[in-house]
Design a protein around this ligand. Structure first.
Ligand SMILES: NC(=O)c1ccc[n+]([C@@H]2O[C@H](COP(=O)([O-])OP(=O)(O)OC[C@H]3O[C@@H](n4cnc5c(N)ncnc54)[C@H](O)[C@@H]3O)[C@@H](O)[C@H]2O)c1
Length: 340
């Protein structure tokens, strides 16, 4: 049995605890840790964890913990990932690795000094069937050479009253930055960002146009106040055809001369299968396998942070920004290709 600790027992942590307890044969939910010990106790009790704690560092150091899932807030990700590396424990760290590129580089340095990869990032869309099929269509040549990828990311309402357009870029859009890099198998070279010019709008949508190293154009709309439901769309356009994501709906209601499907209030149901696939891949990794070729690693975390940083600057200045990536260390090219 691989004994897993979940750190942070909020929305995502509870979901991870449920997956470990119900959907990961060969894993056991050993510890649930949250700064709010009552919250840790609730989730531990709900999913049958042996232990609770409010101290992440001591949890990572425990002899009876083999692997760690970090689902606490963004600012904790890099320090807790480094603690896992120091303890030699594989870690599935929720996105982002850090919003600070400098901090991503620190985690990369720690991992390289340790001589092997320990960190897998929770960019779970790489395991979503829609994106898997888009990548397959590209790799097989079915839609010809890729020209454009369009992306829409809509939430019902912003998570906080003081949410800003810049936060939409640094907080929500990294999922798109990562999945587009993965599907297209390339890197971004520039980003422009725009908002509708409406002073009365509550956190207006952000629209980004990005260029890739291979000359493709990518559009990303992030609308965190879409009101009507959680809705993610994507379309990959090639020279010989296009492949678009279908909205996942198990039923359609026909009534009163109209047909309708329903939207979820958030992302958890839409990506349920992707989270399970991702966490199963993490379990294989934690048992001693190589980091799966399609998993996100610290290099991918750095790339997402650098694109987000450039995107926020493009929005603030109204000027297209270059995305300046450092040379990719050979360490991050090992046992990791661009396989579908
Ligand atoms: N992969 C995805 O689709 C996805 C979706 C949403 C959020 N996220 C990421 O997951 C993380 C958690 O998001 P959430 O929506 O579950 O947040 P949340 O606020 O619901 O939960 C965070 C929990 O962490 C606890 N916490 C805070 N500081 C802690 C610390 N130092 N040690 C231990 N526990 C601590 C809080 O008490 C809270 O219970 C964020 O980094 C977010 O970016 C990923």
């Amino acid at each position: 049995m691989t004994r897993i600790a979940v750190i942070g027992a909020g929305i995502m942590g509870e979901d991870h605890a449920r997956i470990v307890a119900h959907d990961l044969p060969g894993a056991t939910l050993q510890v649930v840790c949250d700064m709010d010990i009552a919250r840790a106790a609730l989730v531990a009790q709900r999913f049958g964890a042996q232990h609770t704690s409010d101290d992440p560092q001591s949890v990572i150091a425990r002899d009876d913990v083999d692997a760690v899932i970090i689902a606490s807030p963004d600012f904790t990700h890099a320090p807790l990932s480094m603690a896992c590396i120091a303890q030699g424990k594989p870690v599935l760290c929720e996105k982002p690795l850090s919003q600070s590129p400098a901090e991503c580089l620190q985690v990369m340095a720690a991992e390289q000094a340790a001589g092997r990869k320990f960190v897998m990032l929770g960019f779970m869309r790489r395991y979503d069937q829609s994106y898997v099929e888009m990548r397959e269509a590209l790799v097989s040549g079915a839609i010809g050479r890729p020209l454009m990828m369009h992306n829409f990311h809509r939430n019902v309402e912003t998570p906080a009253a003081d949410f800003t357009g810049a936060m939409a870029i640094t907080n929500s859009a990294p999922h798109e930055f990562d999945i587009v890099r993965h599907v297209l198998g390339t890197e971004f070279v520039s980003v422009s960002a725009y908002q509708p010019n409406r002073s009365d709008a509550r956190v207006a949508p952000v629209v980004m146009v990005l260029e890739t190293m291979d000359g493709q154009l990518v559009t990303i709309e992030v609308n965190n106040n879409a009101a009507y439901g959680y809705d993610v769309r994507a379309e990959l356009v090639g020279e010989a055809g296009a492949i678009a994501m279908n909205n996942v709906a198990y039923t359609r209601t026909d009534m009163k001369l109209a047909a309708s499907t329903r939207y979820d209030t958030d992302w958890r149901a839409r990506y349920r299968e992707a989270y399970v696939r991702q966490n199963r891949a993490f379990l294989d990794f934690a048992r001693g396998g190589a980091l799966p070729a399609k998993a996100s690693d610290c290099w991918d975390g750095l790339c997402a942070a650098l694109v987000a940083e450039a995107g926020a600057k493009a929005l603030a200045t109204g000027v297209k920004q270059a995305v300046n990536l450092p040379p990719k260390p050979a360490f991050y090219s090992l046992d990791k290709g661009i396989a579908a």
